[in-house]
Design a protein. Structure first.
Length: 340
């Protein structure tokens, strides 16, 4: 299924664009097609790759619109939706708003579902529990960290927004914690002090679920197949090149943060989990975690490290390393998403 904006006319609310059937403007599905447990991938082609890990014959819905591919099926019997976001936190902002609409807006009654603590409009209606919405990003990334090699997995515990997407939203309470403030203060001592940055945290249960799934995976693998993984802070950039410290051609000499990777690689945060480092740089996790925290949803990320850009050198993954690590990332994400 696909739509091109047709059906979005007449009495559609421009601030809440839903078709008469309840299909959102960018994510081409209705509420009944979207599971509570969702995998986000950047690359639209990766949706099919993840789909191959779902239960045989379980796919009940498939659609495509712009860069957003969607399939819904099940993993070990638990309903799961896989969605591509395309690149960047700006796309994540669209996805998070439309997931929120699909999960919590009733297009027939034309009102938002009540949550526990809200005055229930309909005494027969059960309240919506936002914490049951779980989102895990399975992505690719670079690393400024000398220890983290290509082919490793980077699991997000804290997320640093070098983008400006969430500057348009008021900070959720989780960002006032001493831990998040420690991360933000340290990042602001780098060249990123010249741009507005924000910090947030992945849902601790998702981070722990990903770690547990890696441990379980490794317990079944022989010594040569162990999947290395690192837990730490993810930096999300608003672009791939200058925004990640890559100076290309005549852009050289015009970067605000030309030594970004070295600066991020040197950072060390003293948070309640212990000493933490920046483990990866990519383009989506900050907005995913920030907006999920704001909505009370649980989100996290696991990314395959495809590029090493640290003080000790430069490296890029081989196709074989990428395929193996991506397969492991998909498995641990599906395991973490569907446990309990
Ligand atoms: C850049 O090449 C893209 O790859 C990474 C970045 O976050 C960005 O979206 O993630 P995905 O592989 O999930 O797209
Ligand atoms: N994706 C990114 O955003 N950065 C990298 O260096 C590699 C993948």
């Amino acid at each position: 299924m696909s739509h091109s904006g047709a059906g979005f006319s007449g009495d559609v609310d421009p601030d809440l664009p839903l078709s008469p059937e309840g299909i959102t403007f960018h994510v081409a599905c209705t509420s009944k097609h979207l599971a509570d447990r969702i995998i986000f991938v950047g690359d639209p082609g990766r949706v099919k790759t993840v789909g191959a890990y779902l239960d045989t014959g379980s796919i009940t819905y498939e659609a495509s619109h712009r860069e957003i591919n969607i399939i819904t099926g099940s993993y070990h019997g638990v309903p799961v939706t896989v969605l591509s976001t395309g690149m960047g936190t700006d796309n994540i902002e669209i996805m998070m708003n439309e997931v929120h609409i699909l999960k919590e807006y009733d297009p027939k009654k034309r009102r938002w579902r009540a949550r526990a603590g809200d005055a229930l409009a309909d005494p027969l209606e059960t309240s919506f529990d936002p914490s049951k919405v779980k989102l895990i990003r399975v992505g690719t990334c670079g690393t400024p960290n000398e220890e983290v090699q290509v082919g490793c997995l980077a699991i997000t515990q804290y997320a640093i927004g070098m983008d400006n997407t969430c500057q348009y939203y008021d900070a959720p309470a989780v960002n006032s914690t001493a831990d998040v403030q420690e991360v933000l203060a340290k990042v602001q001592t780098t060249s990123l002090g010249k741009v507005q940055v924000y910090a947030t945290k992945a849902a601790p249960a998702i981070t722990q679920g990903l770690v547990d799934a890696c441990t379980a995976l490794n317990s079944k693998a022989n010594a040569s197949e162990q999947q290395r993984y690192y837990v730490g802070a993810t930096c999300s950039a608003s672009g791939f090149y200058g925004c990640q410290g890559r100076s290309v051609g005549r852009f050289r000499g015009h970067l605000t943060a030309p030594n970004l990777t070295e600066e991020l690689g040197d950072l060390c945060f003293n948070v309640s989990e212990g000493e933490q480092r920046v483990v990866n740089i990519e383009m989506e996790s900050s907005a995913l975690c920030y907006l999920s925290n704001l909505l009370g949803y649980q989100a996290g990320a696991v990314c395959v490290v495809v590029a090493q850009r640290s003080r000790s050198g430069r490296a890029f993954t081989t196709p074989e390393q990428l395929a193996k690590a991506l397969s492991n990332a998909i498995t641990v994400a599906l395991e973490a998403l569907t446990k309990d």
